[in-house]
Design a protein around this ligand. Sequence first.
Ligand code: XUL
Ligand code: CO
Length: 448
Amino acid sequence: MADFYAGKKEYFPGIGKIKYEGPKSGNALAFKYYDPEKTVGKKKMKDHLRFAIAYWHSFCADGTDPFGSVTHPHPWVTDAETPMEAAEHRMDAAFEFFTKLGANFYCFHDRDMAPEGDSPGESEKNLFTMVARAKKLQKATGVKLLWGTANLFSNPRYMNGAATNPEFGVLAIAAGQVKSAIDATIELGGQGYTFWGGREGYMSLLNTDLKREKDHIGRFLGLARDYARKQGFKGAFYIEPKPMEPTKHQYDYDVETVGLFLKTYGLEKDFRVNIEANHAELAGHDFFHELETAAALGLFGSVDANRGDFITGWDTDQFPFSYYETALAMYAILKAGGFTTGGLNFDAKIRRNSVDPSDLFLAHIGGMDAFAVGLEIANRVIKDGVIPGFVKKRYASFGSGDGAKYEKGQLSFADLAKIGGVKYGKAGVTSGKQEYLENVFNQYLLGL
Ligand code: XUL
Ligand code: CO
C-alpha cells in the first residue's frame, strides 16, 4: 500500500481506509454491517459478496444529464493535459478508491480505461498502455478484475447496432474492438467477460430484418468465445439482459429470453447471465424473479447491483438501499450456490447533485452494508429452514408414488388421465400460505 501511494497525488484526501465499526457507529465513513472477515455460513462476507466497482460510473460519469452539463469536474480530468494523461490519473484515482473502500474487484469497458484513438490501431495502443498500468496497480494493491467488456454503443458508428448492424463493416470493426477487450481482460486475469447489448436491438421493425440480426449476433458471440478460449481464457462469458434503452427493443430482453437465445445458438455451455436489478425492473420483473429464473435455467453468473426508482420508469442506476430487496436477492444467490466467477458489481452512479468527493464513498458504503445485511438475513432464512422447508413440502406429492413416477417420465398421458379422476379427486384446495411466508420473512428481516 505504502509503495502504491508513494509519490502519487492523493485524489480523495482526508479519507482513509474505510473500516467496519458496527451498527451503532455514528461515523458516516464506516461500515455498519459489512465486516469483510466475518464468517456467515461457510464463507467470509467478502468471499460471499465479491464487491466490484464499476469504472464507468465512478470515474468517468461526470453528472451530465440530458438537461444539464458537468456537475462532477473530476480532478483526474481537470488536472490533465491530454486524454491519455487523464486516463492515467483516472486509473490512479480508481485504485486509490478501491483500496480505501476495501473493494476487492473492479469492472471496466475498454473506453472507460483508455480514450478512443483516431484509428482502431491507435485505440488498441491506448488500451494496452493503460492495461500495463492496471496490471502494475493490481499487483501493488491486490485488487482483481471481475470482468471486462467493450463499449459498442458510444461511437456514432454503432448507432444502428454493433453485431446486429445492417452493415457488415461495422460488425467487423466491432469484432476488432471485442478482440482487444478480450485480450485486455485476459492480460489482467479477468474472471469474466461481459456482453451487454447496448444497441443490439431495433428502433423500428419497418427497417429491420430481425431474424438476420439475431443470427448475426449469435454467430458473433460464438466466434468471440472460440477466440477467447483459444487464447486461454478460462473465465465466464456473461450476457447482461436489458429490455430497452437506448433501443426501443433490445434482443437480450430478460433472462428467459437470453436462455432461449443461448440454446438456439449453441452458447449455453460457456455463457451465463449478469443480472442487473434496474434492468429487471425495466423488463417488468423484479430482481428476485430474474435471479430465480437464472438459477432455474442453470445460467446464474454475476450481478450488477443497483436499483431503479419506484416512480420513474428508466435506468436510474441508483445505489442499492432496500434491505428487503437485497435480502431476497441474497436468498436467491445463496440458493443458487453463491458466486464462483461472478460478484456484486455496483453498476450505479451517485446523483447529479451529489457533489462532495465523499459522496462516492458514502454511496458504496451504503450499498455494501445493504448487501451485507441481505446476506445475513438470507443466511438466517436458509439456516432456519422454515421457508425452504415449506416449499419442499409443497411439492411433496412429487417426491414419491405417482408424482415421482411422473417426474421420472414413467407415466403416459393416458395413465395420468386415468389415475387423476380416480385417486386424486379431492386434490388442490391447499393454502399457498403467501401471507404467512411474508410474515416469517419479515421476522428474519428484523433479526428477531
Ligand atoms: C447499461 C449497463 C452497462 C453494462 C456494461 O445499462 O448496465 O453499463 O453493465 O456494458
Ligand atoms: Co450493467
